[in-house]
Design a protein around this ligand. Sequence first.
Ligand code: GLY
Length: 351
Amino acid sequence: MRTVDILTEKPYQVRIGRGLLRELGGQLALVHRPCRAVVVTDSTVGPLYLEEALASLQGAGFSAESYVMPAGEEHKSAETFLDIQRFLIRTELTRSDLLVALGGGVVGDMTGFCAATYQRGIPFVQVPTTLLCAVDASVGGKTAIDLPEGKNMVGAFHQPILVLCDTETFDTLPDLRWQDGAAEMLKHGVLADGEMFALLAAGSWREKAEELVQKNVEIKRSFVVGDEKDKGKRQLLNFGHTVGHAVEWLSGFSLSHGQAVAIGMIAETRTARKMGLTKLDEEIILRGAQANGLPVSFPAAAQDVAAAILRDKKRTDGGIAVCVPLRLGETRLHMLPLEQVREYVEMGLMP
Ligand code: GLY
């Protein structure tokens, strides 16, 4: 088993290894006394792994129940959120009990936000079953739901007490989900590790998944620790997400998150180059994306993308902090004035 210590205000550990789901109860008992645990999962992951998770929890003395939400970003909604909260009330979960998020980023974000708000906050555990969730969403404590007005519009910072990543669960992932994970790892490569970027850009790395999860969690940690509330260096993790979130939203989520981030990284690097902020050629990222089966463009109107960006929570009075990749492994923030957003998008979308 590999471990990464996340030394946030409330520290926790990320544990990575094959077969760890079978040890969920025992691993959890090391950080929380046996109590009632509600496992939140979705209609894709539930049939595959819920039984094993419940059995493991029960075997370690936890009293375990479950809530299965419909799979898909469209269900990361206020309706699902309230339904889960009512379920928790009906099951008489108390503040000394906990939630377990068993699934990908949607389940993790939803469960985390339920945990952050149920009775003003209860502990939760992340059990990511997708590569994307393992290398990004499960670590760092960002939790949220979507509203019809935008993605992740209502949320909270709430760190898990444990992240348990069973890389065996990746065995059932379809190609698209591997590609999603590749996009966030390519992002981490651009931000902090040119060597890892080169490995990923070569396109054949799946057998190194466990090592890559550890490396990517360590990279993510380096941006989160010291800036948990996303006021400074953590904003660099938004590379590709300014344009990416906008096109993901405009596609009605027909683009997956990783696909949108790939398109976003290329567009944002192209704009930075055209603005004279970097000499890094976006072709490098484009080729890395293509080698991993990711799309590199999306036919959206610049004005629609700009409007979506201006509604995004990354906007402040002073503008939007965008990430400029200087070279592979080095980036900086650039404050983009709101009145330049349209031009920023136009430059990025047009080769
Ligand atoms: N996914 C970006 C962050 O956690 O800050």
